[in-house]
Ligand binder design. Structure first.
Ligand code: NAP
Length: 260
């Protein structure tokens, strides 16, 4: 495979657009998600339109050792990836103590464990050959606490902290780690997370524009990129550290309330 990018969550939304962008440039894609049909339709589309190769791996990344199994599959095929894009993730609305623990546990396993495991498995190879780029899809949610999505915001705080720290550890290598922080984006995310009717998702940007921002930042080796926020949202985030926390959380909580 040529310039292969392993993209988790490539079957829809931001991940699908990242796969399209990578393929448009003549590069090969390894697409990972749980929905085999959607992965197959992506493969058909990209191979037909761009003459590249797409390998699909149907894998539930919430299952223990799923990251290891993806790594082993790729190694057995003798493929060396150049880009690792940890993008799969989901959220979940509701008060923490009322939500199903199994859902939050699966969220932690996908948003944190799978992302960390895949990075740990692929990074030594990148460092040994002094080439390779990692793009982790975090969220603007990583920058503040998130009442009514407490676990989701916390998982994304982990992703931003982890991505930035590992990027710094690699400061003297050509390997880069970029952290993508989208705002509300038009994908399956709002529905999956039970957030469709909330104020937070009243205005959304396209998955394509977020994917372009993330992909370009990854190619430049940037540390962070925020994508898809309005001017007022950007200002709010910039000044958030200087505003009393309970005021920020009141605002976030209201934005995430589902109207009765
Ligand atoms: N949309 C937003 O407003 C927004 C804002 C900030 C950050 N983000 C982040 O952006 C990333 C992509 O989400 P999206 O907005 O593009 O949502 P999406 O359209 O729902 O896509 C999520 C992707 O993750 C995959 N996925 C879900 N559960 C999985 C599992 N157990 N194992 C493997 N793959 C799994 C899904 O594939 P299958 O269904 O085939 O498994 C799908 O390809 C997520 O990390 C999300 O947290 C989204």
């Amino acid at each position: 495979m040529k310039n292969a990018a392993l993209i988790t969550g490539a079957s829809s939304g931001i991940g699908r657009e990242l796969a399209r962008i990578h393929a448009e440039k003549g590069n090969d894609v390894i697409a990972v998600a749980t929905n085999t049909e959607r992965l197959q339709s992506l493969k058909d589309e990209l191979e037909r339109s761009h003459g590249i190769s797409v390998m699909t791996i149907t894998k539930d990344l919430t299952v223990e050792r799923a990251g290891r199994e993806v790594f082993d599959t790729i190694r057995q095929e003798g493929i060396e990836i150049e880009y690792l894009i940890n993008n799969a993730g989901f959220g979940g609305q509701g008060k923490f103590h009322e939500r199903a623990w199994e859902s939050d546990l699966a969220m932690i396993r996908l948003n944190i464990i799978a992302l960390t495991e895949l990075t740990r498995l692929f990074l030594p190879g990148f460092v040994a050959r002094d080439s390779g780029r990692v793009l982790n899809t975090s969220s603007t949610a990583s920058l503040v606490p998130g009442p009514l999505q407490a676990v989701y915001f916390a998982t994304k705080a982990y992703v931003t902290s982890f991505s930035n720290a590992v990027a710094s550890e690699l400061h003297d290598s050509k390997v880069t780690v970029t952290n993508l922080m989208p705002g509300a984006t038009e994908t399956g995310f709002a529905r999956t997370s039970g957030m469709e009717k909330t104020d937070l998702f009243a205005k959304m940007v396209s998955a394509r524009s977020v994917a372009e921002d993330g992909y370009n930042a990854m190619m430049r080796g940037d540390l962070d990129v925020i994508s898809g926020l309005s001017f007022s949202q950007r200002m709010m985030l910039r000044f958030a550290p200087f505003v009393p926390r309970h005021m920020i959380m009141d605002q976030v909580r209201k934005g995430q309330e589902v109207p009765a």
